[in-house]
Design a protein around this ligand. Structure first.
Ligand code: PEP
Ligand code: MN
Length: 368
């Protein structure tokens, strides 16, 4: 990709680059009050506010729309901050450009949809306005990369990635699980692409924002985007995760920045990389076991049809001998391999015994 270094288009850039402002623009007063407070924090260079809000359920507040763009223009004129808002279609792009918005961002629910991303890219042709792209809500690096490539093909080279975590069906302490290996892999492939962390949407909880900001600094991200509101508890959207400008100042002050290339940072990076390799191997091991049980099931079928018991001792001896021999050959402790296989074999026999039991139950029922 052809990416223009961020310090070439944001002058006097320092780390962390902080993007602050409310989840949603609500009123002109709220927008101006927030902007005037955050501009006092040295690291804040960009003001954010959602004008069109993608909401999970209908009848939630869906944003103030075009009028909010005028408020953002006022922020720009009165504070000197750069201003950014989310665009999700060509119409939003057209209006944002008309109101001199400095930077656009593409939200997580839009990045998932190549049709929408392409529509935005087409609307941006010939502008070279900076675009920040949030990760898609699902953990798909290719989809995220594809969105950058579409912008780049449309001639946009001022690009920024925003890591805002990933949606999961699993129970989790996060609103969106961070899965750090994904932004880190994107950084590894495109070190020239600046990466910003959005701890607000990752945690969904203002109390835990500082922790995630520190982690983002530890993995060498460029900056943070933090939802900031003068009265967070009363916010019209994402109330639980917004912080006051004062808290934002404290969070930024508390960050420990590693200014030089430090051993620690390499350590973090290597550790995350090695752990993701372990995670991959573990999934393969589990998938291998699943495949093994599919075959156990077919053997169970065969045994039933031929009235053979589930446990056949000679087979068990044969298997353990073979496992011992292979383990020694490839440098694994044979005792360890035997212990694992005793457990796997026991589970297989249980599995087949269960199969036979339910088969007998079914046949006795059908004979009734
Ligand atoms: C937002 O930044 O307010 C927003 C809607 O974010 P996301 O696209 O990450 O959910
Ligand atoms: Mn939000």
């Amino acid at each position: 990709m052809d990416i223009k270094p961020i310090n070439k288009w944001i002058p006097n850039l320092k780390r962390p680059l902080v993007i602050a402002g409310p989840c949603s623009a609500e009123t002109e007063e709220q927008v101006m009050e927030t902007a005037k407070a955050v501009v006092e924090i040295e690291d804040v260079r960009i003001f954010r506010a959602g004008i069109w809000k993608p909401r999970t359920r209908p009848n939630s507040f869906e944003g103030v729309g075009e009028v909010g763009l005028k408020w953002l223009k006022r922020v720009k004129e009165e504070t000197g901050l750069l201003v950014t808002t989310e665009v999700a279609n060509a119409h939003h792009v057209e209006l944002a450009l008309k109101h001199d918005i400095d930077i656009l961002w593409i939200g997580a629910r839009t990045t998932v949809n190549p049709f929408s991303v392409q529509e935005i890219a087409d609307a941006l042709k010939g502008t070279n306005i900076p675009v920040m792209i949030k990760n898609p809500i699902n953990a798909d690096l290719a989809l995220w990369l594809g969105a950058f490539e579409r912008m780049n093909l449309a001639g946009i080279d001022k690009l920024v990635a925003i890591h805002r975590g990933f949606s999961t069906a699993e129970k989790s302490d996060y609103r969106n699980v961070p899965l750090w290996r994904i932004p880190i892999e994107l950084k590894r492939r495109h070190p020239e692409l600046p990466m910003i962390c959005d701890p607000s949407h990752i945690t969904g909880d203002r109390e835990r924002i500082a922790l995630v900001c520190q982690k983002a600094m530890d993995v060498d991200m460029e900056g943070i985007m933090v939802e900031t509101h003068p009265n967070p508890a009363e916010a019209w959207s994402d109330a639980a995760q917004q912080v006051t400008p004062t808290s934002l100042g404290q969070i930024i002050k508390s960050l420990v920045l590693k200014t030089e290339f430090s051993l620690d940072r390499t350590f973090e990076h290597d550790l995350t990389d090695l752990r993701s390799q372990i995670d991959r191997i573990d999934s393969e091991l589990l998938e291998g076991l699943r495949m093994r049980f599919n075959i156990v099931e077919r053997i169970g079928d065969l045994k039933m049809k031929n009235s053979v018991t589930a446990l056949q001792v000679h087979r068990m001896d044969e298997m353990i001998n073979r496992i011992t021999e292979t383990a020694e050959k490839i440098g694994l402790r044979s005792q360890f391999a035997q212990e694992i296989y005793n457990v796997i074999h026991e589970e297989s026999v249980k599995y087949q015994t269960e199969m036979m039991r339910s088969f007998l139950k079914d046949t006795s029922k059908s004979e009734d």
